[in-house]
Design a protein around this ligand. Structure first.
Ligand code: ADP
Length: 460
Protein backbone atom coordinates (compact mmCIF):
# COMPACT_ATOMS: atom_id res chain seq x y z
CA UNK A 1 0.00 0.00 0.00
CA UNK A 2 2.78 2.32 1.03
CA UNK A 3 4.70 1.37 -2.10
CA UNK A 4 1.71 2.18 -4.25
CA UNK A 5 1.40 5.66 -2.77
CA UNK A 6 5.10 6.37 -3.30
CA UNK A 7 4.85 5.11 -6.85
CA UNK A 8 1.81 7.29 -7.53
CA UNK A 9 3.56 10.37 -6.10
CA UNK A 10 6.72 9.70 -8.08
CA UNK A 11 4.62 9.14 -11.22
CA UNK A 12 2.97 12.51 -10.66
CA UNK A 13 6.36 14.16 -10.15
CA UNK A 14 7.56 12.53 -13.35
CA UNK A 15 4.73 14.07 -15.31
CA UNK A 16 5.98 16.61 -17.86
CA UNK A 17 3.26 19.06 -16.75
CA UNK A 18 4.47 19.03 -13.16
CA UNK A 19 8.11 19.24 -14.23
CA UNK A 20 7.47 22.26 -16.46
CA UNK A 21 5.42 23.95 -13.72
CA UNK A 22 8.12 23.29 -11.13
CA UNK A 23 10.80 24.62 -13.46
CA UNK A 24 8.92 27.85 -14.20
CA UNK A 25 7.96 28.33 -10.57
CA UNK A 26 11.58 27.91 -9.47
CA UNK A 27 12.73 30.29 -12.21
CA UNK A 28 10.07 32.79 -11.17
CA UNK A 29 11.17 32.47 -7.54
CA UNK A 30 14.75 33.35 -8.48
CA UNK A 31 13.69 36.25 -10.73
CA UNK A 32 11.21 37.70 -8.22
CA UNK A 33 13.69 37.41 -5.33
CA UNK A 34 16.50 39.04 -7.31
CA UNK A 35 14.32 41.84 -8.73
CA UNK A 36 12.62 42.58 -5.40
CA UNK A 37 15.89 42.59 -3.49
CA UNK A 38 17.47 44.91 -6.08
CA UNK A 39 14.48 47.25 -5.99
CA UNK A 40 14.44 47.17 -2.18
CA UNK A 41 18.14 47.91 -1.81
CA UNK A 42 18.00 50.66 -4.45
CA UNK A 43 15.03 52.38 -2.88
CA UNK A 44 16.64 52.13 0.55
CA UNK A 45 19.80 53.79 -0.82
CA UNK A 46 17.83 56.51 -2.59
CA UNK A 47 15.76 57.20 0.52
CA UNK A 48 18.91 57.39 2.67
CA UNK A 49 20.68 59.70 0.20
CA UNK A 50 17.74 62.06 -0.01
CA UNK A 51 17.33 62.10 3.81
CA UNK A 52 21.02 62.90 4.21
CA UNK A 53 20.89 65.71 1.65
CA UNK A 54 17.72 67.07 3.23
CA UNK A 55 19.20 67.03 6.75
CA UNK A 56 22.43 68.71 5.61
CA UNK A 57 20.43 71.41 3.79
CA UNK A 58 18.31 72.07 6.91
CA UNK A 59 21.40 72.40 9.13
CA UNK A 60 23.18 74.68 6.66
CA UNK A 61 20.09 76.82 6.21
CA UNK A 62 19.64 77.28 9.97
CA UNK A 63 23.42 77.73 10.32
CA UNK A 64 23.30 80.62 7.84
CA UNK A 65 20.63 82.28 9.94
CA UNK A 66 22.67 82.02 13.12
CA UNK A 67 24.83 85.06 12.54
CA UNK A 68 27.84 85.93 14.55
CA UNK A 69 25.78 86.26 17.73
CA UNK A 70 22.69 84.68 19.16
CA UNK A 71 20.48 87.76 19.36
CA UNK A 72 16.84 87.59 20.53
CA UNK A 73 15.64 88.37 17.04
CA UNK A 74 17.64 85.50 15.57
CA UNK A 75 16.14 83.14 18.11
CA UNK A 76 12.69 84.54 17.40
CA UNK A 77 13.24 84.08 13.68
CA UNK A 78 14.45 80.58 14.27
CA UNK A 79 11.44 79.70 16.44
CA UNK A 80 9.14 80.67 13.60
CA UNK A 81 11.18 78.93 10.98
CA UNK A 82 9.50 75.82 9.75
CA UNK A 83 12.87 74.38 8.63
CA UNK A 84 13.67 74.08 12.34
CA UNK A 85 11.89 70.76 12.67
CA UNK A 86 15.01 68.52 12.79
CA UNK A 87 17.52 71.06 14.02
CA UNK A 88 18.55 72.27 17.49
CA UNK A 89 21.16 74.72 18.72
CA UNK A 90 23.55 74.16 21.57
CA UNK A 91 26.04 76.33 23.32
CA UNK A 92 29.74 75.68 22.74
CA UNK A 93 29.80 73.63 25.98
CA UNK A 94 26.92 71.45 24.72
CA UNK A 95 24.10 73.06 26.72
CA UNK A 96 20.81 73.03 24.84
CA UNK A 97 19.51 76.43 23.73
CA UNK A 98 16.67 76.03 21.27
CA UNK A 99 15.13 73.85 18.58
CA UNK A 100 14.01 70.31 18.62
CA UNK A 101 14.87 68.73 21.93
CA UNK A 102 15.60 65.10 22.40
CA UNK A 103 17.42 63.90 25.50
CA UNK A 104 19.17 61.04 23.68
CA UNK A 105 20.26 63.28 20.83
CA UNK A 106 21.68 65.91 23.18
CA UNK A 107 24.06 63.26 24.59
CA UNK A 108 25.75 62.58 21.25
CA UNK A 109 29.23 64.19 21.13
CA UNK A 110 29.62 66.99 18.54
CA UNK A 111 31.72 66.55 15.38
CA UNK A 112 31.99 69.46 13.04
CA UNK A 113 30.67 68.91 9.51
CA UNK A 114 30.66 65.12 9.66
CA UNK A 115 27.47 63.46 8.48
CA UNK A 116 27.27 60.19 10.39
CA UNK A 117 25.07 57.55 11.90
CA UNK A 118 24.96 57.32 15.69
CA UNK A 119 23.27 54.71 17.85
CA UNK A 120 21.85 55.81 21.20
CA UNK A 121 19.69 53.67 23.51
CA UNK A 122 18.91 51.24 20.74
CA UNK A 123 17.85 53.95 18.30
CA UNK A 124 19.77 55.05 15.24
CA UNK A 125 20.12 58.67 14.15
CA UNK A 126 21.64 60.48 11.23
CA UNK A 127 23.55 63.36 12.76
CA UNK A 128 25.10 66.44 11.17
CA UNK A 129 26.71 69.21 13.24
CA UNK A 130 28.25 72.50 12.27
CA UNK A 131 30.08 74.85 14.58
CA UNK A 132 29.45 78.60 14.40
CA UNK A 133 32.31 80.37 16.14
CA UNK A 134 31.48 83.43 18.34
CA UNK A 135 33.28 86.79 18.51
CA UNK A 136 36.05 86.68 21.11
CA UNK A 137 35.09 88.76 24.14
CA UNK A 138 31.63 89.55 22.82
CA UNK A 139 29.77 86.36 22.14
CA UNK A 140 30.20 82.59 22.41
CA UNK A 141 30.16 80.17 19.49
CA UNK A 142 27.39 77.60 19.10
CA UNK A 143 26.65 74.18 17.57
CA UNK A 144 23.88 73.69 15.06
CA UNK A 145 22.79 70.03 15.09
CA UNK A 146 20.51 68.28 12.68
CA UNK A 147 19.18 64.79 13.53
CA UNK A 148 16.89 62.40 11.79
CA UNK A 149 15.92 59.13 13.37
CA UNK A 150 16.76 56.28 11.02
CA UNK A 151 13.66 54.17 10.82
CA UNK A 152 14.27 53.22 7.19
CA UNK A 153 16.30 50.18 8.13
CA UNK A 154 13.45 48.87 10.22
CA UNK A 155 10.86 49.75 7.61
CA UNK A 156 13.05 48.18 4.96
CA UNK A 157 13.53 45.05 7.09
CA UNK A 158 9.80 44.77 7.72
CA UNK A 159 9.01 45.28 4.04
CA UNK A 160 11.50 42.59 3.13
CA UNK A 161 9.94 40.16 5.62
CA UNK A 162 6.50 41.05 4.26
CA UNK A 163 7.72 40.45 0.73
CA UNK A 164 9.46 37.19 1.61
CA UNK A 165 6.65 35.74 3.72
CA UNK A 166 3.58 36.94 1.89
CA UNK A 167 4.17 38.52 -1.49
CA UNK A 168 6.71 35.99 -2.86
CA UNK A 169 4.76 32.87 -1.77
CA UNK A 170 1.61 34.45 -3.18
CA UNK A 171 3.32 35.16 -6.52
CA UNK A 172 4.75 31.64 -6.48
CA UNK A 173 1.35 30.12 -5.84
CA UNK A 174 -0.16 32.15 -8.67
CA UNK A 175 2.71 31.18 -10.98
CA UNK A 176 2.45 27.50 -10.07
CA UNK A 177 -1.34 27.37 -10.42
CA UNK A 178 -1.37 29.44 -13.61
CA UNK A 179 1.54 27.48 -15.07
CA UNK A 180 -0.02 24.14 -14.20
CA UNK A 181 -3.37 25.18 -15.63
CA UNK A 182 -1.83 26.37 -18.90
CA UNK A 183 0.43 23.33 -19.33
CA UNK A 184 -2.45 21.03 -18.43
CA UNK A 185 -4.52 22.62 -21.14
CA UNK A 186 -1.65 22.43 -23.59
CA UNK A 187 -1.04 18.77 -22.74
CA UNK A 188 -4.71 17.81 -22.90
CA UNK A 189 -4.39 16.31 -26.41
CA UNK A 190 -1.41 14.21 -25.26
CA UNK A 191 -3.47 12.95 -22.31
CA UNK A 192 -6.24 12.08 -24.76
CA UNK A 193 -3.78 10.21 -26.97
CA UNK A 194 -2.39 8.26 -23.98
CA UNK A 195 -5.91 7.53 -22.68
CA UNK A 196 -7.04 6.23 -26.06
CA UNK A 197 -3.90 4.09 -26.44
CA UNK A 198 -4.47 2.65 -22.94
CA UNK A 199 -8.12 1.94 -23.73
CA UNK A 200 -7.15 0.21 -26.98
CA UNK A 201 -4.57 -1.89 -25.11
CA UNK A 202 -6.80 -2.83 -22.18
CA UNK A 203 -10.02 -3.54 -24.06
CA UNK A 204 -8.25 -4.55 -27.28
CA UNK A 205 -10.84 -2.45 -29.09
CA UNK A 206 -9.14 -0.93 -32.12
CA UNK A 207 -12.33 1.00 -32.91
CA UNK A 208 -11.56 3.63 -30.25
CA UNK A 209 -10.32 7.03 -31.51
CA UNK A 210 -8.64 10.06 -29.98
CA UNK A 211 -11.29 12.58 -28.94
CA UNK A 212 -10.94 15.88 -30.78
CA UNK A 213 -12.59 18.89 -29.19
CA UNK A 214 -14.83 20.96 -31.39
CA UNK A 215 -13.10 24.20 -32.40
CA UNK A 216 -9.69 22.92 -31.25
CA UNK A 217 -6.82 25.17 -32.30
CA UNK A 218 -5.04 24.04 -35.45
CA UNK A 219 -1.66 23.34 -33.94
CA UNK A 220 0.87 20.50 -33.88
CA UNK A 221 -1.18 18.65 -31.25
CA UNK A 222 -4.30 18.65 -33.41
CA UNK A 223 -2.25 17.46 -36.37
CA UNK A 224 -0.76 14.66 -34.27
CA UNK A 225 -4.20 13.55 -33.03
CA UNK A 226 -5.66 13.60 -36.54
CA UNK A 227 -2.69 11.69 -37.98
CA UNK A 228 -2.87 9.07 -35.22
CA UNK A 229 -6.62 8.65 -35.80
CA UNK A 230 -5.91 8.16 -39.50
CA UNK A 231 -3.26 5.60 -38.64
CA UNK A 232 -5.74 3.76 -36.38
CA UNK A 233 -8.26 3.77 -39.25
CA UNK A 234 -5.64 2.14 -41.47
CA UNK A 235 -4.68 -0.45 -38.83
CA UNK A 236 -8.33 -1.25 -38.18
CA UNK A 237 -8.87 -1.66 -41.93
CA UNK A 238 -5.91 -4.04 -42.19
CA UNK A 239 -7.09 -6.09 -39.21
CA UNK A 240 -10.59 -6.30 -40.69
CA UNK A 241 -9.10 -7.41 -43.99
CA UNK A 242 -7.06 -10.08 -42.22
CA UNK A 243 -10.12 -11.35 -40.35
CA UNK A 244 -12.08 -11.40 -43.58
CA UNK A 245 -9.26 -13.29 -45.27
CA UNK A 246 -9.18 -15.93 -42.49
CA UNK A 247 -12.94 -16.26 -42.67
CA UNK A 248 -13.01 -16.49 -46.49
CA UNK A 249 -10.07 -18.92 -46.66
CA UNK A 250 -11.59 -21.22 -44.01
CA UNK A 251 -14.90 -21.07 -45.78
CA UNK A 252 -13.34 -21.95 -49.13
CA UNK A 253 -11.39 -24.84 -47.58
CA UNK A 254 -14.43 -26.46 -45.99
CA UNK A 255 -15.89 -28.06 -49.12
CA UNK A 256 -12.69 -29.59 -50.55
CA UNK A 257 -11.78 -30.93 -47.11
CA UNK A 258 -15.22 -32.50 -46.71
CA UNK A 259 -14.74 -34.14 -50.11
CA UNK A 260 -11.26 -35.42 -49.16
CA UNK A 261 -12.65 -36.71 -45.86
CA UNK A 262 -15.59 -38.48 -47.53
CA UNK A 263 -13.36 -40.01 -50.19
CA UNK A 264 -10.79 -41.05 -47.58
CA UNK A 265 -13.54 -42.82 -45.64
CA UNK A 266 -14.78 -44.47 -48.83
CA UNK A 267 -11.21 -45.55 -49.69
CA UNK A 268 -10.86 -47.08 -46.20
CA UNK A 269 -13.98 -49.09 -46.82
CA UNK A 270 -12.93 -50.39 -50.26
CA UNK A 271 -9.24 -50.86 -49.49
CA UNK A 272 -8.19 -54.45 -50.00
CA UNK A 273 -4.62 -54.70 -48.83
CA UNK A 274 -3.26 -53.63 -45.45
CA UNK A 275 -1.06 -51.03 -47.15
CA UNK A 276 -4.07 -49.47 -48.92
CA UNK A 277 -6.03 -49.43 -45.65
CA UNK A 278 -3.15 -47.73 -43.86
CA UNK A 279 -2.86 -45.08 -46.59
CA UNK A 280 -6.59 -44.45 -46.66
CA UNK A 281 -6.68 -44.12 -42.85
CA UNK A 282 -3.80 -41.68 -42.89
CA UNK A 283 -5.66 -39.54 -45.47
CA UNK A 284 -8.84 -39.65 -43.36
CA UNK A 285 -7.02 -38.79 -40.10
CA UNK A 286 -5.21 -35.82 -41.66
CA UNK A 287 -8.40 -34.64 -43.35
CA UNK A 288 -10.19 -34.80 -39.97
CA UNK A 289 -7.38 -32.82 -38.38
CA UNK A 290 -7.52 -30.14 -41.11
CA UNK A 291 -11.30 -30.07 -40.94
CA UNK A 292 -11.13 -29.46 -37.16
CA UNK A 293 -8.55 -26.73 -37.70
CA UNK A 294 -10.65 -25.03 -40.37
CA UNK A 295 -13.81 -25.16 -38.26
CA UNK A 296 -11.87 -23.60 -35.33
CA UNK A 297 -10.47 -20.90 -37.62
CA UNK A 298 -13.90 -20.18 -38.95
CA UNK A 299 -15.37 -19.90 -35.47
CA UNK A 300 -12.56 -17.58 -34.32
CA UNK A 301 -13.05 -15.40 -37.40
CA UNK A 302 -16.81 -15.24 -36.78
CA UNK A 303 -16.27 -14.27 -33.12
CA UNK A 304 -13.70 -11.65 -34.15
CA UNK A 305 -16.08 -10.17 -36.68
CA UNK A 306 -18.94 -10.19 -34.16
CA UNK A 307 -20.88 -12.46 -36.46
CA UNK A 308 -21.16 -15.30 -33.96
CA UNK A 309 -24.18 -14.51 -31.81
CA UNK A 310 -24.59 -16.96 -28.89
CA UNK A 311 -27.96 -18.56 -28.73
CA UNK A 312 -28.19 -18.59 -24.94
CA UNK A 313 -30.59 -20.71 -23.02
CA UNK A 314 -30.81 -22.42 -19.65
CA UNK A 315 -28.73 -25.61 -19.44
CA UNK A 316 -27.68 -27.99 -16.71
CA UNK A 317 -23.91 -27.86 -16.32
CA UNK A 318 -23.79 -31.42 -14.96
CA UNK A 319 -25.55 -32.68 -18.11
CA UNK A 320 -23.25 -30.70 -20.43
CA UNK A 321 -20.22 -32.09 -18.58
CA UNK A 322 -21.52 -35.64 -18.93
CA UNK A 323 -21.96 -35.13 -22.68
CA UNK A 324 -18.38 -33.86 -22.98
CA UNK A 325 -17.10 -36.77 -20.88
CA UNK A 326 -19.01 -39.20 -23.10
CA UNK A 327 -17.33 -37.74 -26.17
CA UNK A 328 -13.87 -38.06 -24.68
CA UNK A 329 -14.27 -41.34 -22.81
CA UNK A 330 -12.19 -43.34 -25.28
CA UNK A 331 -9.31 -40.87 -25.28
CA UNK A 332 -9.31 -40.86 -21.47
CA UNK A 333 -9.46 -44.65 -21.30
CA UNK A 334 -6.38 -44.90 -23.53
CA UNK A 335 -4.35 -43.20 -20.78
CA UNK A 336 -6.38 -44.68 -17.95
CA UNK A 337 -7.42 -41.16 -16.94
CA UNK A 338 -10.52 -40.84 -14.74
CA UNK A 339 -13.03 -38.17 -15.66
CA UNK A 340 -14.56 -36.75 -12.49
CA UNK A 341 -17.60 -34.50 -12.30
CA UNK A 342 -18.01 -32.57 -9.08
CA UNK A 343 -21.12 -30.58 -9.99
CA UNK A 344 -24.36 -30.51 -8.07
CA UNK A 345 -27.46 -31.45 -10.04
CA UNK A 346 -29.42 -28.52 -11.36
CA UNK A 347 -26.44 -26.22 -11.59
CA UNK A 348 -27.99 -24.01 -14.21
CA UNK A 349 -25.92 -22.05 -16.68
CA UNK A 350 -27.28 -19.63 -19.25
CA UNK A 351 -25.21 -20.50 -22.32
CA UNK A 352 -25.18 -21.40 -25.99
CA UNK A 353 -25.13 -25.18 -25.46
CA UNK A 354 -23.22 -26.10 -28.64
CA UNK A 355 -20.56 -23.47 -28.07
CA UNK A 356 -20.22 -24.15 -24.35
CA UNK A 357 -19.83 -27.85 -25.08
CA UNK A 358 -16.85 -26.92 -27.24
CA UNK A 359 -15.35 -25.05 -24.28
CA UNK A 360 -15.77 -28.05 -21.99
CA UNK A 361 -14.52 -30.61 -24.51
CA UNK A 362 -11.50 -28.49 -25.49
CA UNK A 363 -10.47 -28.06 -21.85
CA UNK A 364 -11.17 -31.70 -20.91
CA UNK A 365 -9.39 -32.96 -24.02
CA UNK A 366 -6.37 -30.79 -23.14
CA UNK A 367 -6.50 -32.25 -19.62
CA UNK A 368 -6.34 -35.71 -21.15
CA UNK A 369 -3.69 -34.81 -23.77
CA UNK A 370 -1.39 -33.17 -21.25
CA UNK A 371 -2.47 -35.36 -18.31
CA UNK A 372 -0.44 -38.16 -16.79
CA UNK A 373 -1.19 -41.89 -17.19
CA UNK A 374 -3.76 -42.98 -14.61
CA UNK A 375 -4.34 -39.41 -13.61
CA UNK A 376 -7.60 -37.52 -13.51
CA UNK A 377 -9.44 -34.63 -15.15
CA UNK A 378 -12.17 -33.08 -13.04
CA UNK A 379 -14.88 -30.54 -13.77
CA UNK A 380 -16.26 -28.73 -10.74
CA UNK A 381 -18.49 -25.78 -10.04
CA UNK A 382 -18.93 -23.58 -6.98
CA UNK A 383 -20.59 -20.30 -6.14
CA UNK A 384 -18.34 -17.38 -5.24
CA UNK A 385 -20.22 -14.23 -4.19
CA UNK A 386 -23.31 -15.52 -5.93
CA UNK A 387 -21.39 -16.07 -9.17
CA UNK A 388 -20.66 -19.45 -10.64
CA UNK A 389 -17.03 -20.51 -10.98
CA UNK A 390 -16.38 -23.51 -13.21
CA UNK A 391 -13.02 -25.27 -12.97
CA UNK A 392 -11.45 -27.88 -15.24
CA UNK A 393 -8.47 -29.40 -13.49
CA UNK A 394 -5.92 -32.10 -14.24
CA UNK A 395 -2.83 -33.49 -12.54
CA UNK A 396 -0.75 -33.59 -15.72
CA UNK A 397 2.47 -32.04 -16.98
CA UNK A 398 1.48 -28.45 -16.10
CA UNK A 399 2.69 -25.28 -17.81
CA UNK A 400 5.94 -23.43 -17.05
CA UNK A 401 5.46 -19.93 -15.73
CA UNK A 402 7.12 -18.27 -18.73
CA UNK A 403 4.58 -19.86 -21.10
CA UNK A 404 1.46 -19.25 -19.10
CA UNK A 405 0.54 -15.97 -20.85
CA UNK A 406 1.34 -17.30 -24.32
CA UNK A 407 -0.98 -20.33 -24.29
CA UNK A 408 -3.91 -18.08 -25.28
CA UNK A 409 -2.12 -16.95 -28.47
CA UNK A 410 -3.32 -18.43 -31.71
CA UNK A 411 -1.19 -21.31 -33.00
CA UNK A 412 0.94 -21.28 -29.87
CA UNK A 413 2.03 -24.67 -28.61
CA UNK A 414 4.41 -25.07 -25.69
CA UNK A 415 6.16 -28.11 -27.13
CA UNK A 416 5.81 -28.18 -30.92
CA UNK A 417 7.35 -31.64 -31.48
CA UNK A 418 5.41 -33.36 -28.72
CA UNK A 419 2.18 -31.59 -29.59
CA UNK A 420 2.41 -32.81 -33.18
CA UNK A 421 1.93 -36.31 -31.78
CA UNK A 422 -1.39 -35.21 -30.30
CA UNK A 423 -2.46 -33.52 -33.54
CA UNK A 424 -2.53 -30.18 -31.73
CA UNK A 425 -3.10 -26.97 -33.63
CA UNK A 426 -2.61 -24.38 -30.91
CA UNK A 427 -6.08 -22.99 -31.57
CA UNK A 428 -8.08 -24.79 -28.86
CA UNK A 429 -7.59 -22.26 -26.09
CA UNK A 430 -8.08 -19.31 -28.48
CA UNK A 431 -11.49 -20.80 -29.33
CA UNK A 432 -12.23 -21.39 -25.61
CA UNK A 433 -11.35 -17.82 -24.71
CA UNK A 434 -13.37 -16.42 -27.62
CA UNK A 435 -16.49 -18.39 -26.60
CA UNK A 436 -16.15 -17.48 -22.92
CA UNK A 437 -15.83 -13.80 -23.87
CA UNK A 438 -18.81 -14.11 -26.15
CA UNK A 439 -20.77 -15.13 -23.05
CA UNK A 440 -19.44 -12.11 -21.14
CA UNK A 441 -17.22 -14.24 -18.92
CA UNK A 442 -13.54 -14.59 -18.23
CA UNK A 443 -11.14 -17.49 -18.12
CA UNK A 444 -7.81 -17.78 -16.40
CA UNK A 445 -5.32 -20.49 -15.64
CA UNK A 446 -3.35 -21.70 -12.62
CA UNK A 447 -0.63 -24.23 -13.28
CA UNK A 448 2.49 -25.78 -11.83
CA UNK A 449 4.87 -27.91 -13.91
CA UNK A 450 4.55 -31.63 -13.10
CA UNK A 451 1.69 -30.99 -10.71
CA UNK A 452 -1.19 -30.03 -12.94
CA UNK A 453 -3.29 -27.30 -14.48
CA UNK A 454 -6.57 -25.66 -13.54
CA UNK A 455 -8.65 -23.54 -15.92
CA UNK A 456 -11.22 -21.37 -14.17
CA UNK A 457 -14.21 -19.84 -15.94
CA UNK A 458 -16.16 -17.12 -14.16
CA UNK A 459 -18.75 -14.45 -14.91
CA UNK A 460 -20.89 -16.63 -17.17
P1 ADP B 1 -3.96 -27.41 -28.78
O1 ADP B 1 -5.21 -27.43 -29.53
O2 ADP B 1 -2.75 -27.57 -29.62
O3 ADP B 1 -3.95 -28.23 -27.55
P2 ADP B 1 -4.42 -25.19 -27.15
O4 ADP B 1 -4.67 -23.80 -27.59
O5 ADP B 1 -5.55 -25.95 -26.58
O6 ADP B 1 -3.75 -25.91 -28.33
O7 ADP B 1 -3.26 -25.16 -26.08
C1 ADP B 1 -2.10 -24.39 -26.32
C2 ADP B 1 -0.94 -24.97 -25.54
O8 ADP B 1 -1.20 -24.84 -24.15
C3 ADP B 1 -0.77 -26.46 -25.77
O9 ADP B 1 0.09 -26.68 -26.86
C4 ADP B 1 -0.19 -26.95 -24.47
O10 ADP B 1 1.21 -26.89 -24.52
C5 ADP B 1 -0.70 -25.98 -23.43
N1 ADP B 1 -1.79 -26.53 -22.64
C6 ADP B 1 -3.10 -26.38 -22.84
N2 ADP B 1 -3.82 -27.04 -21.90
C7 ADP B 1 -2.93 -27.63 -21.08
C8 ADP B 1 -3.03 -28.48 -19.94
N3 ADP B 1 -4.20 -28.85 -19.42
N4 ADP B 1 -1.88 -28.91 -19.37
C9 ADP B 1 -0.69 -28.54 -19.86
N5 ADP B 1 -0.53 -27.77 -20.95
C10 ADP B 1 -1.63 -27.31 -21.56
Amino acid sequence: MKNKTTKKTSNKLNSVKVRITLWYTALMLVIVTVVMSAVGILSYRLAMDSTKADLKAQVLQIGDKVRSRMSRSTIYNLENNEEFKNVSIYKENGEYIIGRYDYDVSKIPFKNEVLRKEDVNGKSYLVYDIFKPGTPGRSEGCWVRGTESVVYTKIFGRSMIFIILIVIPFIMLLTALGGYFITRKAFCPIDNIAKTAEEICSSKDIKKRIAITLGAREDEMLRLSLTLNLMLDRIEGLIEKEKQFTSDASHELRTPISVILAQGEYLTEIAETEKEKELAKSITDKAKQVSKLVSRLLLIARIDQNRQKPNREKADLAVLTDIAFEELNDAAAEKNISLVSDIEDNTIVYVDEALFLRVLSNLISNGIKYGRESGYVSVSARRVDDLLEIAVEDNGIGIANENIEKIWDRFYRVDDVRNDEYGSSGLGLAVVKGIVKLHGGEIYVESEPNKGTKFIICGI
